[in-house]
Ligand binder design. Structure first.
Ligand code: SF4
Length: 245
């Protein structure tokens, strides 16, 4: 359960408004990442290990035997007010054997229209970020903390996150990934059940139910503030090394 320390304080991504800026191909001052980048890996960070049954023992998703079953439940879900304004729920997408799970905050307008995660300008940037570490998007499972679009792209509220979290927990449990990349403050704080800022959470290898978690900026935040590109590239290079280790 999202308990005492859990948050919904919006991180930098949560506060990033939609932007119409053209997406640059790549920051000109940032080299492509390679698996050969070396240096020490980040130190251990937070450990969040809720008992497996505590969050959704009575939730129907507990009986979902695969990702498709989770998606079916999400499409029919009316457990919070976000169902009222959605065009499509956005459960997430990617292969069942994905080693990397990317978790964002929630669907935006384009995602709501298409039913697919990260398909707007921020999604295009995410695809390029993954490509720069030689990770085709098709090999990654991509999803969000909440599966329906909050109105006006506002951050999801505490009760909306709490209602939706069983789906994310079950997806991670079914995927058993080698690494989770939490993009933006909401994803990081929710997965790690903490109020620490995104800046404080970066550059450490956290654990969610034993799965390593890295924290970085949300692509939408990068569109708004290009100064965050450099640290993001640093983070994804670390992600590549953890996946290769
Ligand atoms: Fe259900 Fe999550 Fe959509 Fe709320 S946001 S209606 S909990 S799927």
């Amino acid at each position: 359960m999202l308990g005492g320390d859990a948050v919904v304080a919006p991180g930098p991504a949560a506060s990033a408004p939609p932007t119409e800026e053209p997406v640059p191909d790549r920051a000109p001052d940032v080299p492509p990442a390679t698996a050969s980048d070396d240096g020490p890996l980040p130190p251990p960070g937070l450990v969040y290990d809720p008992p497996p049954g505590d969050l959704f023992a009575t939730h129907p998703v507990a009986r979902a035997g695969d990702l498709e079953a989770v998606a079916t439940l999400v499409h029919a879900c009316t457990r919070c007010r976000l169902c009222e304004g959605r065009t499509h729920a956005v459960p997430g997408e990617g292969p069942t054997d994905a080693r990397l799970v990317v978790v964002g905050e929630g669907p935006g307008r384009t995602e709501d229209e298409t039913g697919r995660p990260f398909v707007g300008k921020a999604g295009e940037l995410l695809t390029r970020i993954l490509g720069a570490i030689q990770l085709p998007r098709e090999q990654v499972f991509i999803c969000n903390v909440v599966k329906c679009r909050p109105p006006e792209n506002r951050p999801p509220l505490y009760d909306e996150i709490a209602a939706c979290l069983p789906y994310l927990h079950r997806q991670i449990e079914l995927l058993h990934p080698k690494l989770i990349l939490a993009m933006g403050g909401t994803a990081a704080q929710t997965l790690l059940d903490t109020k620490q800022s995104l800046g404080a959470l970066r550059n450490r290898v956290h654990r969610f139910r034993g799965f390593p978690v890295l924290v970085t900026y949300h692509p939408a935040a990068l569109l708004r503030n290009p100064n965050w590109k450099r640290p993001t590239w640093d983070d994804v290079r670390i992600a590549r090394r953890l996946l290769d280790s």
